[in-house]
Design a protein. Structure first.
Length: 127
């Protein structure tokens, strides 16, 4: 007899789905992958999930509560060298930390929060 196992969904799962939906609503064929699948990145950052949108040349990363924001500094510079943009999406309570950790890097920051059952996003900010 086979038993179906369903993994618990995390806030990162819900936010990543909302990011994918937003890109696809704007007719951008975005896909989800790890950073390591897209570019040579630091080992610790390689496992981070990303949404890659070809048309806009945007890579969006949704960070969980445990991932060190500073890991993305090198990623931001590597993407900038390839003429791609990086948007780092963090929960609102980590936005200040993200500003400090990524100050001066070529990326944007965006906060997110839940409003009832929907994911909401703040505007883009520069660290």
């Amino acid at each position: 007899m086979a038993v179906a196992v369903q993994e618990a969904r995390t806030s990162v799962d819900f936010v990543t789905e909302a990011v994918l939906f937003a890109h696809r609503a704007h007719v951008d064929d975005a896909v989800e992958m790890s950073l390591a699948e897209f570019l040579d990145s630091p080992i610790d950052a390689g496992a981070v999930r990303a949404v890659v949108a070809d048309r806009t040349r945007m890579v969006e990363v949704v960070l969980d509560v445990d991932t060190d924001v500073e890991l993305l500094s090198e990623v931001a510079w590597a993407l900038d060298q390839r003429a791609w943009s990086l948007n780092v999406i963090v929960s609102l309570n980590r936005l200040g930390e993200a500003h400090t950790a990524l100050r001066g890097t070529p990326c944007s920051l965006q906060g997110w929060w839940f409003d009832d059952d929907a994911v909401r996003f703040a505007g883009f900010e520069r660290p």
